[in-house]
Every structure is written in C-alpha cells, then in structure tokens.
Design a binder for this molecule. Structure first.
Ligand SMILES: [Zn+2]
Length: 209
C-alpha cells in the first residue's frame, strides 16, 4: 500500500436488504462505519437513512454491508466526489429519497459526515500515527547523535585544543599560591578551606580585639 495515500483504507460501500440496494456511502474505515451505523440505528438517530429503515420496519440485523469498491485517496474531497459519482450511478433506493432532503438537513449531514470521517481516520490510524511520531523521534535522536559524533570527529583537534586551553588555564589559576595575612600559605583552590581553619579564625579574632 502506498503510504502517500492519506486515506488508504477508504471504500465506497452499499447497504443491501433482501437483494435491494438501499444505500450507498463512503468511509475511511469501513468496520468502524458499520459500528457507527448500528449505533445510530439503535439510538434512533434523526437522519434520513435511519428514519427510512424504521419506517419500513427493517431490522438492522437483516442489513448487509458490502464494499462496492476500494478507493484509496488523498483527501476527503476526493472520496466525497467518488461517493457522489457512485450514488448517481447506482441510484440506491434510499439515496434517491435522501436526495430530496432539505438544504438544512443536507448541511447537517455533511457536517456530521466530515466529523465522522475524521474520527474514523484517527481511530483507524491511531497506531500508525503513534508509530510515525515515535519513528520520527527515534530518527531525529539518531540524527542528533550522528551529527554530534560527526561534529566531534571533524573538530577533534579544535575541541581538544579548547579543552586543554580551558583546563590548562584554570589548573594554573587554581594552583596559584596565596599568602594570607594570617601568615599561612594556601593555594587558591583551598581558599575556603583555609578560611575555616582554626589558625586563620584565631588570627582574625585577635585582629578584631
Ligand atoms: Zn589566613
């Protein structure tokens, strides 16, 4: 499957009832869509399809959901366009009736459908999206590591020089000898320790008196 397809699992499907094609629809996740239809039917969702089914006293269990064609595509517009084409061609019973719905109903349908598509897509691709993100992070981590390694290799001499310079300068500085006013000699590195020494403290106390 070409992963460039954003909606690789898209299908056009038909709902059949006793050899009659009742409805043509599209989905980015067909199994999920079937569950959605079932839940909408059971909850008496106020949509033309479910109203029609109830009117005709058709039980959900008697419906057959059959894929008409697989239609991997790049965006919802493509899928909707294909769906529209198929609806026109197939003239499924309820779609024909649905065509006569009010503008408001049509807009509501479209809005809900779009939401449904998005939910389906996210549900369907949850693992894939997670995997992709993880992959990217890993790749980036590897890249950073490689980059750092390369950088270190290319700049080995420079880095060494720099480190030598830094530590060298500091080492010398820290080794610097200081003669305290108390008469004791200490290295700069041990200044704090010296100032806490009893000898130094005694001297300072005497000086104040
Ligand atoms: Zn001292």
């Amino acid at each position: 499957m070409d992963l460039n397809y954003k909606y690789p699992n898209s299908v056009i499907y038909n709902i059949w009832y006793q050899g009659r094609r009742l409805y043509t629809g599209s989905s980015v996740d067909f199994p999920q869509r079937k569950r959605g239809h079932k839940s909408s039917y059971n909850n008496n969702k106020d949509r033309p399809l479910y109203r029609k089914l109830k009117e005709k006293n058709i039980q959900f269990e008697d419906l057959q959901f059959i894929i008409y064609k697989e239609f991997p595509c790049n965006d919802l517009k493509e899928l909707r366009k294909e769906e529209g084409k198929c609806i026109k061609e197939l003239k499924s019973e309820f779609n024909e009736n649905i065509a006569g719905r009010t503008k408001k109903e049509y807009q509501k349908d479209n809005k809900e459908k779009l939401k449904e598509y998005q939910n389906e897509y996210q549900e369907n691709n949850k693992e894939k999206l997670k995997e992709k993100r993880k992959e990217y992070c890993e790749k980036n981590k590897e890249y950073q590591k490689e980059y750092f390694k390369e950088y270190q290799k290319d700049n080995k001499e420079k880095i060494k020089e720099y480190q030598n310079e830094y530590y060298g300068v500091n080492k010398e500085k820290l080794k610097e000898k200081i003669i305290c006013e108390c008469g004791i000699e200490y290295t700069k590195h041990h200044k704090a320790r010296h100032e806490k020494s009893q000898k130094h403290i005694n001297y300072m106390l005497n000086k104040q008196n």
